[in-house]
Design a protein around this ligand. Structure first.
Ligand code: CP
Ligand code: NVA
Length: 300
């Protein structure tokens, strides 16, 4: 695996497999009450410029469980937020830490940080990508369906960081990805082009076309972090892109419903579906922990 985890597009198939296998072992170990101190004496810095529940907890608890520790750094408190450069911050932090996770707005900032850091850098979400989430989602699909290979995964909603990372994964692995996004809210153009060329990726307008015969239906919020001022407009644009009982009737009988969370019940997904028998959203959330630990071990 490369030094950093910035995008799932940078991973080879063997890297995905290594992560999933180790995550499975770590999950089993934790369930059986066995400890594992592979990161003893190691420290992870976690820079957050946006809110987080799952990402912060899974990295922080994960480091602790592996015998190391994590330091939470809000950009409100560190000098990076007062215009110390990304390059200088990366150089300095590399002198103290064994790894750095960043959640911020621009992907370019994370890429630049990784160039100047001498320790592994992990993308904990940008406006463009959310690689750790999609790795955990693929692991969840393996747990539920045995494999992601040959599956039809339908993503319904905003062409955001989650959609982009799904397309990147489809360019690397063998599964079918269909997306349904409203006009003007499509995934990143370059990522989509590469996905269509290198993987089995199709973009639809109509959610039921994307969901037809799907093994997995996936959705995410209509308003991502940083887009709050577009909430009213987006509520209108996305109103037909809801994961509800009608939509899931187009999928396979055993379809699994996924959402990276946090969810807005009654918007992109109805409560009845989110709490229903097809939903695996809380297993997905739990698996962030196991997959994060595998990523941390492998990189650090
Ligand atoms: N899914 C996810 O990344 O959740 P948080 O924003 O709570 O970290
Ligand atoms: N698309 C969402 C994902 C949150 C985990 C956001 O960026 O806010």
């Amino acid at each position: 695996m490369k030094k950093d985890l910035l995008s799932v597009y940078d991973l080879e198939k063997a890297d995905f497999e290594e992560i999933f296998e180790r995550a499975g072992s770590l999950k089993k170990m934790l369930r059986e009450g066995r400890t594992c101190s592979t990161l003893e004496g190691k420290t992870l810095g976690m820079i957050f410029e946006k809110s987080s529940t799952r990402t912060r907890l899974s990295f922080e608890a994960g480091m602790y469980q592996l015998g190391g520790m994590a330091i939470f750094l809000s950009t409100r408190d560190i000098q990076l937020g007062r215009s110390e450069t990304i390059a200088d911050t990366a150089r300095v932090m590399s002198r103290y830490l064994n790894g750095i996770m960043i959640r911020t707005f621009s992907q370019e900032s994370v890429d630049e940080f990784a160039i100047h850091a001498t320790v592994p850098v992990i993308n904990g979400l940008t406006d463009l990508l959310h690689p750790c989430q999609i790795l955990s989602d693929l692991f969840t699909i393996i747990e539920k369906n045995g494999s992601y290979e040959g599956m039809k995964i339908a993503y319904v909603g905003d062409g955001n960081n989650i959609a982009n990372s799904w397309i990147n994964a489809a360019a690397r692995l063998s599964f079918q990805l269909t997306l349904a996004c409203p006009a003007g809210y499509e995934p990143d153009e370059n990522i989509l082009k590469k996905g269509i060329k290198e993987g089995d990726v199709t973009l639809y307008r109509n959610p039921s076309e994307a969901a037809a015969g799907a093994d997995v239906i996936y959705t995410d919020v209509w308003v991502s972090m940083g887009r709050e001022d577009e909430s009213t407009k987006r509520a209108t644009v996305f109103k037909d892109y809801q994961v509800n009982t009608e939509l899931i009737s187009h999928a396979k009988d055993g379809v699994i419903i996924m959402h990276c969370l946090p969810a807005h019940r009654g918007e992109e997904i109805i409560a009845e579906v989110m709490d229903g028998p097809h939903s695996v959203v809380f297993d997905q959330a739990e698996n962030r922990l196991h997959v994060q630990k595998a990523i941390l071990e492998i990189l650090m």
